[in-house]
Write a protein that binds this ligand. Structure first.
Ligand SMILES: CC(C)(COP(=O)(O)OP(=O)(O)OC[C@H]1O[C@@H](n2cnc3c(N)ncnc32)[C@H](O)[C@@H]1OP(=O)(O)O)[C@@H](O)C(=O)NCCC(=O)NCCS
Length: 326
């Protein structure tokens, strides 16, 4: 049996918000943002664009890249922390927008680690012969949950979506998925969260005045956890597969912050072939790793058999590392 990524796609809104634009909104500078995060600009969706619009555009691109049509898909999974609405799931809205026939659709809530959680779940479902061809999407409209008066967070995030078409072929014998280390620890959930407007803290005018519907973060604690969790899970994946850092064609860490990426790379002894896109998009949460994969794929930088190490970290706290074969 073979399970492979047959297509990739991504979409970001046209509007770009630069660090110089942010200088006019909060007390910050391009120099501070670049030196602390590596981010230079991010894409921002307009008010009328929902996460499902970003997701559908990425999904359409991935289907085209796979040379498949919506009717070939029998599983739709969307990872997002910014669903269009509490219910129905964003996956069903994307299914409708793309014209995918009735099939299993669900969302994953694992924040920035969501695409890797999705790869694990989708791979397991395809391997168990429960479905044949999945559309896995990571999509977030973080601009809608950003406190634009908080300089410590508003400089970090951007909007975007990425998608993978992952299919099973019973006639072949290779698999893109080699190993993963996936985990979460709810004890540190307060480091990074949107405190309202769920069932624990329902929507209210007071809550809006206090920005409870936006991301709050303990930056330094999140930073430390991100570095240790991503580097140790990567090490465990490499150890258990016997693959060395020098055998990797690409390392694709979640694009939250250039300094986090460099610290993880240093701990793993990886100096080359670390893909970085954070300067152009900021932290796009669920979308970030898929955007990197799509850029590499579309630019002809992925070849059959290439070993790819991915790593992610996010609210929950959640984290994961995966070794994939292209
Ligand atoms: C957010 C982050 C860049 C802040 O960098 P830092 O070096 O830890 O900075 P600190 O939070 O300690 O703040 C240092 C100073 O810069 C200030 N500062 C914060 N944001 C600023 C900004 N945008 N512009 C200018 N100054 C800023 C702080 O107010 C603080 O000032 P003070 O010393 O006078 O109190 C860093 O902590 C980080 O990247 N954390 C991880 C974030 C992340 O990736 N989260 C998502 C994970 S999926």
């Amino acid at each position: 049996m073979s399970i492979r990524i047959l297509g990739t796609g991504h979409y970001v809104p046209e509007k770009i918000l630069t660090n110089f634009d942010l200088e006019k909104m909060v007390d910050t500078t391009d120099e501070w943002i670049v030196s602390r995060t590596g981010i230079r600009e991010r894409h921002i969706a307009d008010a009328g664009t929902a996460t499902s619009d970003l997701a559908a555009a990425a999904g359409r691109a991935a289907l085209e890249s796979a040379n498949l049509t919506p009717k070939d898909i029998d599983l739709v999974v969307v990872s997002t922390l910014t669903p269009d609405m509490p219910t129905p799931s964003t996956s069903t809205i994307v299914q409708r927008k793309l014209g995918i026939p009735p099939c299993m659709c669900f969302d994953i809530a694992a924040a920035c680690t969501g695409l890797l959680y999705g790869i694990d779940v989708v791979h397991a479902m395809l391997a168990a012969h429960q479905r044949k061809c999945a559309l896995l999407i990571g999509a977030d409209k973080l601009s809608g949950v950003t406190n634009w008066t908080d300089r410590s967070t508003c400089v970090l995030f951007g909007d975007g979506a990425s998608a993978l078409v992952i299919c099973r072929d019973n006639e072949k014998d290779d698999d893109f998925y080699i190993a993963s280390e996936i985990s979460a620890d709810g004890n540190d959930a307060d480091f990074l969260k949107i405190p309202g407007f769920g069932s624990a803290c329902p929507a209210s005018a007071e809550g809006i005045a206090q920005h409870l519907n936006t991301i709050t973060m303990n930056g330094p604690k999140t930073y430390q956890k991100a570095v240790t969790a991503m580097s140790s899970s990567c090490k465990r994946v490499l150890e258990k597969t016997g693959v060395s850092a020098s055998q990797l064609r690409w390392a694709i860490p979640h694009q939250a912050n250039d300094r986090i990426i460099s610290a993880v790379a240093e701990r793993l002894g990886i100096s080359d072939n670390i893909y970085r896109s954070v300067a152009r998009y900021g932290n796009t949460s669920s979308a970030s790793i898929g955007i990197c994969l799509d850029e590499l794929n579309k630019n002809g930088k992925l070849h059959r058999g290439d070993l790819i190490l991915t790593a992610a970290f996010g609210a929950g706290l959640t984290w994961a590392a995966q070794l994939l074969r292209w």
